[in-house]
Design a protein around this ligand. Structure first.
Ligand SMILES: *Cc1c(COP(=O)(O)O)cnc(C)c1O
Length: 827
């Protein structure tokens, strides 16, 4: 592409996108810092090259070997040229990724006698920080001025060698750091301290100029897939004048030595001709390197130069930043807390790359959970990154997290990428958007619109005001009944509807046969979930009490995936059916991150049935009977609910101050003793609430949601003779206990929702609804609720049949008790 005016450039990129990036259809990709996308021409040219040429391992004189050697040398040269690096002064070492390049440098320093000193900038990527564990002394520079001060100090003939490392661009907020430091380090500490520049983030959208060898870093690492999307390859660019450091590296691998003597004498001669020959251990990733050569050419043909990419992305990032930073709630509170460095300016490519990191605030000033942002973004097909972003120093300083807080958060269960992301009123991570060469203005505006639509609160139509009171007359007669009962025999698979008229047993751990089984991945032992494997919805289990079997059929697109039409598994847990413990450790299985004790079926027939149906290697597993193991058995089969009741708070809540309410465990303030602690075996939803939700969805032109998507066990509905129009949507928010037929249940709190409710349980297709509408109408502090966790309250008198075999039936009358009534009970 020739020099084009910026406005036109966006149009040009739009056109390139149509043809070259079909994978972007229907999605807004905002994670170029994670991986850039590869263009169609690159893949097509690469595949043509692969099928028309014979590439051998470049260690012989054959034509195939020589061709490979030639192509690799070409690629090395092309890469150096891309950064204006003189091949006389620099060498390229191919590595798996930027991290492997960092480790190669680390190896050489670690093998120095007396070890080495290591200094790194606070903004470093995790992979740079890890180097400190090999160093004899290390120091983290907390600011640029600390570095500036240090680089200016002369060192004499220091005894230990040193390495100073920093990122050219922060992978957290895209801030670009000064490139003048290597030269100054060399001026003041020549031969003592070397410099390692991590350019992995920078070069994906910016040129890097190594034309002045005196100013260049000694070592520069790159992630090439972040520039071209493909191949998955990294590079270490070494300034030849500094290559002596590698003489200390002790390890040698195949390809890096001329001769090795290893029987009675131990001796080897390293290759000496070029640096890369000494450092590239083992067989090179030949085909990836050939692909790199093509990638460089295609990138230049499509986008012109890295300068052009830089201009385009810099302008877009400024729009994105301004768009987000200016959003305000109707009460004036700013919606986005951005984490721009004070030294950087959006629009200035020397100080800022095309990355925006931020957190969202609610109108009352609390933090919106990133897990919720991620769920909504996933539904709306935005690809972005959240969490700690592999940049612990930058994230901690931006979020004001002290080391003790990070440790304490860690002990409290906070890990990169889980739901617990607002602790003690502070976010533990952030959202990152990053742009690339093929980003367009539309990507930017649609994301700003998305935040506007879902996160900007208008006081006038504040949707989350709690329903505070209901008619006070005690419920003398019931106007509610059980519309349906469902169990999910295999976790995350389809529901089994309890037939009308059938009295269904309520056990301590929930409705009988609910989540009795699960499917576990053969490799990881993790329980499969619809979040990742939406086709689980098409696995249709049913409980056949007459035959005493669990029957499993396949529906929709799973039909015909295996030769068996259905399988049947005995309901009785015959120990001979399960694998030996030592073959597959029970404790390996995990549900929602918690280790569970499930036993896997050893029958190949059973495993093959599920494996073929889903296209993922899995086993059927069963939870052991209650009472035969530690009490954690029962809690493990349900994902742990987060029990707090946002609608029950008096006064003003500080949103996001998690956990800001005392979890209401069953038994709290309830006279009946409960067997179970802190878990929710049953999920109850209300038909009125679902109707209200569906009215809103239909008003917005969406497709109404079926009750099944909420994976409820009990659906409670108004009686038909109750006056129509007198429905009470979300009345369940205020229920404290329920009587269903002859049984009592306690309401534990609202159920927090994720995008899993968007999977159509008939077809396994993903939709946007009902999550989108629910997010707008039932969100409190960034968390979306629908349905209520419920647990059975066993009767104190175990002598009656009702207590020994508690059951409920479709059609049973339902009587809710409100908070006040429960308190009166107790007095
Ligand atoms: C991505 C990245 C890395 C790690 O690169 P890998 O290729 O995954 O090893 C290191 N530093 C920065 C700044 C990055 O953006």
């Amino acid at each position: 592409m020739e020099e084009v005016e910026r406005a036109d450039y966006n149009a040009v990129v739009e056109r390139i996108r149509q043809h070259e990036f079909p994978m972007l259809q229907g999605t807004t990709y905002l994670d170029h810092a994670g991986t850039t996308l590869y263009p169609r021409s690159l893949i097509e040219r690469f595949s043509t090259d692969m099928v028309s040429n014979l590439y051998g391992n470049p260690h012989s004189a054959s034509n195939a070997s020589q061709l490979t050697a030639r192509r690799i040398e070409d690629a090395r040269l092309q890469l150096l040229k891309l950064f204006s690096a003189d091949p006389g002064c620099f060498d390229v070492v191919f590595v798996a990724n930027a991290t492997a390049g960092i480790k190669l440098v680390t190896d050489a320093f670690r093998d120095h006698e007396g070890g080495f000193w290591y200094g790194y900038h606070r903004d470093s990527h995790t992979s740079l920080i890890g180097v400190r564990e090999s160093a004899s002394h290390h120091q983290c520079f907390l600011s640029d001025s600390e570095v500036d001060e240090w680089v200016g100090e002369d060192v004499g003939d220091a005894a230990t060698v040193g390495l100073f490392a920093y990122p050219a661009q922060s992978n957290m907020n895209g801030r670009r750091l000064p490139l003048a430091w290597p030269q100054r380090v060399r001026q003041h500490k020549r031969g003592v301290v070397y410099t390692l520049l991590d350019a992995a983030a920078l070069v994906s959208t910016s040129p890097l100029d190594l034309s002045n060898v005196d100013c260049a870093p000694d070592f520069t690492v790159l992630s090439l897939y972040k520039v071209f999307g493909f191949p998955d390859l990294g590079a270490l660019i070494v300034r030849k004048a500094s290559a002596g450091v590698f003489d200390r590296r002790r390890y040698f691998g195949g390809g890096t030595v001329e001769m090795v003597v290893c029987l009675k004498e131990q001796w080897h001669a390293k290759k000496s001709e070029t640096l890369h020959e000494r450092l590239e251990d083992g067989t090179l990733p030949i085909h990836s390197i050939v692909a790199l050569d093509i990638a460089i050419k295609v990138h230049q043909e499509l986008f012109g130069s890295l300068e052009a990419v830089s201009k385009h992305t810099t302008a877009l990032a400024a729009r994105l930043y301004d768009g987000l930073a200016s959003l305000q709630h109707s009460n004036g509170v700013y919606v986005c807390q951005t984490y721009k460095d004070s030294a950087s300016t959006y629009g200035d490519s020397r100080t800022q790359g095309p990355v925006v990191a931020f957190n969202l605030r609610s109108a009352s000033g609390g933090w919106v959970s990133n897990a919720e942002v991620e769920k909504l973004a996933a539904v709306k097909n935005f690809q972005l990154r959240t969490g700690g972003l592999c940049n612990p120093g930058g994230v901690a300083s931006s979020l004001g997290l002290a080391p003790w807080e990070m440790r304490e958060n860690f002990s409290a269960g906070q890990r990169c990428g889980n739901d617990n992301d607002v602790i003690r009123g502070k976010p533990t991570g952030m959202v990152r958007l990053s742009l690339g060469a093929m980003s367009t203005l539309k990507d930017v505006t649609s994301f700003v619109q998305f935040v506007q639509e879902f996160f900007v609160q208008d006081a006038a139509r504040e949707p989350t005001t709690p329903v505070t009171s209901l008619p006070m007359e005690p419920p003398t007669s019931s106007h509610l009944h059980v519309e349906s009962l469902s169990v999910y025999p295999i976790k995350s698979c389809a529901a089994f509807r309890v037939p009308p008229g059938k009295a269904w047993e309520v056990r301590a751990e929930g409705l009988a046969w609910d989540r009795e089984w699960c499917l576990v991945h053969q490799g990881t032992g993790a329980a499969l979930s619809q979040k990742r494997y939406s086709k689980l919805a098409l696995i249709r289990p049913s409980i056949d009490l007459d035959e005493g079997v669990l029957r499993v059929k396949l529906a929709g697109s799973l039909c015909g995936t295996t030769s068996r039409r259905e399988i049947a598994v005995p309901l009785s847990a015959d120990p001979r059916m399960f694998s030996n413990e030592d073959e597959f450790k029970e404790a390996d299985a995990r549900v929602c991150g918690d280790a569970i004790r499930a036993k896997t079926y050893k029958s190949e027939d059973i495993s093959n049935f599920f494996t073929h149906a889903l296209g993922v290697a899995c086993h059927l597993a069963r939870f052991p009977a209650v009472g035969t193991g530690p009490s954690s058995n029962t809690s493990a089969r349900h994902s742990k609910p987060q029990l707090w009741k946002p609608w029950r708070q008096d006064g003003i809540r500080v949103p996001g101050a998690f956990p800001d309410t005392v979890p209401l465990a069953p038994g709290n303030g309830v006279s009946t003793p409960l067997l179970l602690s802190n878990e929710s075996p049953i999920l109850t939803i209300s038909r009125s609430s679902l109707n209200r939700l569906n009215e809103l969805i239909k008003a917005g032109g969406g497709k109404a949601a079926q009750a099944e998507v909420f994976r409820a066990n009990i659906v409670v509905a108004q009686n038909l003779d109750y006056p129509p129009g007198a429905e009470e949507p979300y009345a369940e928010d205020d229920w404290r206990r329920l009587q269903i037929g002859q049984q009592y249940f306690e309401m534990l709190g609202p159920c927090r929702r994720c995008q899993m409710i968007c999977i159509d349980q008939q077809t396994a297709e993903r939709n946007q609804e009902p999550f989108v509408t629910l997010s707008k109408s039932r969100r409190v502090d960034g968390r979306v609720y629908f349905g209520q966790h419920t647990s059975h309250v066993p009767s104190g008198l175990a002598t009656t049949l009702l207590a020994q075999h508690p059951t409920i039936t479709v059609g049973d009358a339902v009587v809710p008790f409100l908070e006040d009534e429960v308190n009166q009970d107790l007095q």
